[in-house]
Design a binder for this molecule. Structure first.
Ligand code: GLA
Ligand code: ZN
Length: 672
């Protein structure tokens, strides 16, 4: 499928309204008015599609899809595995999850199937096959929405068995497992794979190798479940693209691995707009847009966002005028080919009846939310030509799931919070403020296209990672690594012989100790007392939480600690290695430190801002391109108007004079 337009639409649940057929008619009228071109259906329809075991009813869905098609609205068809009918749980209790405490769940809620159950997998295969039979060739159906927000874990006997098999495949012998997990500790040695149990508060949690492998297993098993779902569709003859909707800062699944199995990445974004200044929320949201884009480094899709207030956050804040449009444009600016909503129509009852929707219980088209959605629809149709263009970033920041799993688990320098997400985002924000597109990649992503890579808190090193870093720097790249890096191997065993493992020569130092600071303590990163100052940096920056003490060998000390017994010891160092530069940041420095440092390093690395001149704070700049044209998106998330110098080219959306109202945006088509 070659997509020709930016998708605008969202989750639609017509199965809730079958007893009121006039609703479908109204909905379609509203959709057309709001330039809705795509809806996702069938996400939670299993009980309506298979009301009794093996007895299917597709007529209602066919009627819905036909009606949508006649009105030129495309369909993303979901597989319904996110929630199951009651009969299935009654007849086959194995489909229900067991929690860490080994308690079996009752029927209810959703996203809670056993990841292993052969019965559940078979039932899903059957319904997916039937869906292809009925709708696989329907011209309206453009894409598969596989399940919904996969996540969570199951500790049932079937999952335990699958986990043991997964371990056996990985380690082959129990001796190898014991060695990797360091089980001599506390006499926790395993005699056989049969003795292994998933981590539990009433059992084992002290073996970090076990905890890490369990996380990997859960992630792999979820991806395997998804692959089985996709296989059913392919076996039944469907070859349209598949996606699955991912989530914000979601820890359970290694999305980089999941993305390898789908055709395009998509996610659900629910920022708490207006809780903090919009500039702050905009950056936080944009970071995750960049993660999702970087999973496949191709255009992604925003599957869900809320056109009004959600009903599950502590406070259900309305979207202020202009917010829906700005959030949708931000999605496109970061590389999406569609900005969709949850939900098209508000349900009448149950736990989402007050969740924002395109169409309210009131039904009319004269609501503020509906008008907002219409405006977004107009904007997306004006911007249709950016569909399929892509983002080419020269700078990247590392965000690696396995590293994060291991680091968060490790009883280490700061159990009161490592602030690892903030540390990663600080690097990303500093680069973004310079007007750069930034990818967010993992340790296994190829580094080839980048000139500058920031690697905050890479505690765990994948087997090939150190070599990749070495080659990258040798070949002229700028690599910034921080404290608490290169500490453990892929099994969470500490590297022997000094850290950062295998890179002490590249960084020209050895990290020796790391000091955890209480929340109320701070230190500073200062200019050296004697000798040359590190140009363009302030005299002092605050640092908190973690301060690492390092011994330089060939590295040059650029800045030093300001206080405590390690005052005047190195806090920022640089080593020249091959044709490149390896920088080491020893402590959790404030944002301004990264802003100032990266301004220097980006210039040295030859990274150019998308805009001439200083970018005002709170203004976001991104780009997309293809072989014919480039596009620069500029958005003002401040509550005040700003004026900027527009890049050369044709303004295809927004004010032409460079003045940007609060939440205002400009899109410029540029020459290549
Ligand atoms: C998630 C789900 C949707 C809906 C929304 C509500 O993203 O995928 O089904 O529950 O949350 O915000
Ligand atoms: Zn299970």
């Amino acid at each position: 499928m070659e997509q020709k337009f930016l998708m605008h639409g969202g989750d639609y649940n017509p199965e809730q309204w079958l007893h009121m057929p006039e609703v479908l008619k109204t909905d379609i009228e509203r959709f057309k008015e709001a330039k809705i071109n795509t809806v996702s259906v069938g996400i939670f329809s299993w009980a309506k599609l298979e009301p009794k075991e093996g007895e299917y009813d597709f007529e209602w869905l066919e009627n819905v899809i036909n009606n949508l098609y006649e009105n030129e609205i495309s369909v993303i068809l979901a597989t319904p595995s996110g929630a199951r009918p009651h009969w299935m749980a009654d007849k086959y209790p194995e489909v229900l999850r067991v929690n860490q405490m080994r308690q079996k769940m009752l029927f209810g809620s959703r996203h809670n199937h056993c990841l292993t159950s052969p019965v559940y997998r078979e039932k899903v295969r059957q319904i997916n096959t039937e869906l292809v039979k009925h709708f696989g060739n329907h011209p309206a159906v453009q894409m598969w929405h596989i399940s919904n927000e996969y996540g969570g874990e199951c500790h049932c006997e079937l999952c335990q068995k699958a986990f043991r098999k997964w371990l056996e495949n990985k380690y082959r012998t129990i001796e190898a497992l014991n060695d990797s997990w360091c089980t001599t500790f506390w006499s926790h040695t395993y005699d056989s794979f049969e003795q292994v149990e998933s981590p539990s508060p009433v059992g084992e949690t002290s073996i970090h190798g076990l905890n890490l492998d369990w996380k990997r297993f859960v992630s792999d098993q979820t991806i395997d479940f998804m692959e089985q779902e996709i296989k059913a569709l392919r076996d039944a003859g469907s070859d349209i693209p598949v996606t699955t909707n991912m989530m914000y800062h979601f820890n359970d699944i290694d999305y980089f691995r999941m993305a390898e199995k789908i055709d395009l990445a998509s996610w659900d974004s629910y920022p708490a707009w207006h809780k903090h200044p919009e500039t702050e929320t905009a950056q936080d949201t944009a970071f995750w847009h960049d993660v999702i884009r970087s999973l496949k480094r191709t255009p992604f899709l925003l599957m869900e966002s809320c056109p009004g207030a959600t009903n599950w956050q502590p406070v259900s804040k309305l979207r202020k005028p202009g917010m829906v449009k700005a959030a949708s444009l931000q999605t496109i600016a970061h590389g999406a080919d569609g900005a969709m909503y949850f939900q098209m129509r508000k349900s009448r009852g149950a736990c989402e009846k007050f969740h924002g929707a395109v169409i309210d219980h009131y039904d009319g088209n004269d609501t503020r939310t509906f008008r907002d959605v219409c405006e977004a629809g107009d904007m997306l149709s004006v911007l249709h030509e950016v569909t399929g263009t892509y983002t080419i970033a020269k700078a990247a920041v590392l965000y690696d799931w396995e590293n994060l799993w291991a680091m968060r688990e490790a009883a280490g320098p700061r159990n009161a919070g490592l602030h690892e997400d903030e540390c990663i985002e600080k690097s990303w924000r500093a680069l973004r403020k310079l007007g750069l597109d930034v990818d967010v990649i993992d340790q296994r992503t190829s580094f080839d296209r980048y000139k500058f890579i920031a690697a905050p808190m890479q505690y765990l090193f994948h087997p090939d990672f150190s070599q990749k870093v070495r080659t990258f720097v040798e070949n002229g790249g700028t690599f910034v690594m921080t404290y608490w890096s290169g500490v453990v191997d892929e099994n969470d065993r500490c590297f022997l012989g000094g850290r950062p493992y295998d890179l002490m020569d590249v960084f020209g130092l050895r990290a020796e100790e790391i000091d955890g600071l209480y929340d109320w303590e701070e230190n500073s990163i200062c200019q050296p007392l004697e000798g040359e100052k590190f140009a363009d940096m302030k005299d002092s920056y605050t640092c908190k939480y973690l301060c690492e003490l390092v011994k330089p060998t060939t590295a040059k000390t650029l800045m030093v600690y300001g206080s405590d017994f390690y005052a005047a010891q190195p806090a920022l160092l640089c080593n020249t290695y091959g044709d490149g530069k390896a920088y080491y940041v020893c402590a959790d420095a404030e944002q301004e430190f990264y802003d100032d440092l990266y301004r220097k390093l980006a210039a040295e690395a030859g990274l150019e801002s998308l805009l001439d001149g200083e970018i005002p704070a709170g203004v976001e700049v991104t780009s997309r391109k293809n072989d014919d044209a480039g596009y620069i998106f500029i958005q003002n998330f401040n509550r005040e108007k700003v004026k900027i110098k527009l890049p050369e080219g044709e303004v295809i959306y927004g004010e032409k004079d460079g003045s940007l109202e609060p939440l205002g945006s400009v899109v410029v088509r540029t020459a290549l």
